[in-house]
Write a protein that binds this ligand. Structure first.
Ligand SMILES: *Cc1c(COP(=O)(O)O)cnc(C)c1O
Length: 433
């Protein structure tokens, strides 16, 4: 059994703050992030490259959790960020993030998004398809700049993970297909375009990956591909996807193993091809914010079906964490007011939304609970708030950052006024008599 960190009240603590009093102060559901942990992970990634003395960029894949506050922490820690939409770009800009340190991914960036990116000086645009090559070239020309780009390749590598979070296999909507020669064609177009500065190749094989072989193959493939085109790239971007621990069944390797394997592979390739060592770029999202976040809920009703199941309902659910419903994702939960108490029963933690699939934790051993107790679902920091919705017209929860016992609201809780703010009355009369 895990021994959770507690204070003198035997309450769960999050980077030194009492989880129960956070719930009282800010209400529930509440996303809480341990900022010390975020900084540690960001620093650990950087240190790995620095120890190996290789040029690198650690780019936080901000789709995992994109708020002003996290862009600010990333900037303080000297890491870059990857964006996938105009909305993320605007958030980063409002956070004061240096746009030169942004890279822009996505398989259908619009003309307006690309124009905004060029106007705001986004450092790198990761080109995904032929339409984008043409659009970006035109936009760059109009703005009289030469835009740094990478080409995204679909490498034909299957990562051993859920189908919907696997992106590297040949049958994928992302990137230029390698096996049919589309990637080479894109390379030739990009290389000869005066408005684009092609710096390297990118491939992301998927998410929540637990073994190093996919990363090694990906890195090797990108290097071999460039070499086969007679080209020495300045950048090899191997994407993100480093797996994290959601439950005891997940056995992720330490980040250092994935990164060491990538560095080893590319050092080997650079030596054998007699290249200047290319910059190695990685794009971790989940591994930076996932384990550092948790969601606090208030326990409400329960339903006991003898010999079948105990359902314990909380005041949130699929509107603040869609992943269990979407991917059968597994989580662990802990009773925040008594995290180390003896467990008494196994329950299914359900939400308050009108869907049977609205589950937060499929199976959880817990001590006896009472309505009003605070339950924390752990490791919800990635793709939780980022994928939150107003389903059933529930307001989205607030987000609090905690660092060394101090806490600060970084996203306010939505109100019913926010939910209503875009609705308009319908006033047209029916023309049928
Ligand atoms: C989603 C994504 C990432 C991050 O994946 P994680 O599993 O969160 O690390 C990195 N790069 C690209 C291109 C992505 O689409």
């Amino acid at each position: 059994m895990t021994n959770y960190l507690t204070n003198e009240l035997e309450h769960l603590t999050i980077d030194g703050a009492d989880a129960v009093s956070l719930a009282e102060t800010y209400g529930t559901p509440l996303y809480v992030y341990d900022v010390s942990k975020i900084r540690q992970t960001m620093r650990a990634f950087k240190t790995l490259f620095e120890k190996e003395n290789v040029p690198y960029v650690v780019s936080y894949a901000s789709k995992a959790f994109a708020t002003k506050a996290i862009y600010q922490v990333a900037q303080q820690e000297g890491i870059h960020a990857d964006i996938v939409s105009g909305g993320e770009l605007v958030t980063a800009i409002k956070a004061g993030f240096d746009t030169k340190h942004l890279s822009f991914n996505g398989n259908n960036k619009s003309f307006d998004e690309l124009t905004l990116a060029v106007e705001k000086g986004v450092g790198t645009i990761i080109i995904d398809n032929f339409l984008e090559l043409k659009l970006l070239s035109t936009i760059a020309q109009e703005h009289q700049i030469k835009q740094d780009i990478l080409l995204r390749i679909s490498p034909g590598i299957s990562a051993h993970t859920h189908e919907f979070i696997s992106t590297g296999q040949q049958d994928s909507k992302f990137g230029f297909d390698l096996l049919t020669g589309q990637a080479k064609e894109a390379f030739q177009i990009a290389k000869n375009d005066d408005n684009l500065n092609l710096r390297g190749l990118h491939a992301h094989i998927g998410s929540q990956i637990f073994d190093v072989t996919g990363f090694e193959k990906n890195a090797a493939l990108l290097a071999d591909t460039a070499q086969s085109w007679g080209w020495q790239p300045a950048v090899i971007n191997v994407g993100g996807g480093f797996g994290i621990r959601y439950t005891a069944d997940d056995k992720p390797l330490p980040e250092s193993e994935y990164v060491a394997a990538i560095i080893r592979t590319l050092k080997g390739k650079a030596a054998s091809y007699d290249w200047k060592m290319p910059e190695i770029w990685i794009e971790p999202g989940r591994s930076i914010v996932g384990p550092a976040g948790q969601t606090l809920y208030t326990i409400g009703s329960r339903k006991d079906i003898p010999d079948i199941r105990h359902y314990l309902a909380v005041d949130g659910g699929m509107g603040d964490n869609i992943r269990p419903a979407l991917y059968q994702a597994q989580y662990e939960a802990v009773l925040a007011n008594q995290p180390n108490a003896q467990t008494k029963e196994v329950v299914r933690v359900a939400g308050k939304y009108c869907e049977s699939g609205d589950v937060l934790v499929w199976q959880q051993a817990l001590p006896e609970t009472q309505p009003g107790d605070i339950l924390s679902v752990l490791a919800t920091g990635a793709y939780g708030y980022a994928m939150a919705s107003n389903y059933n017209r529930n307001p989205r929860p607030a987000v609090v950052f905690v660092e060394n016992g101090k806490h600060q609201l970084v996203v306010a809780r939505e109100t019913y006024e926010h939910i209503m703010s875009l609705d308009k009355d319908y006033t047209l009369q029916s023309s049928t008599k």
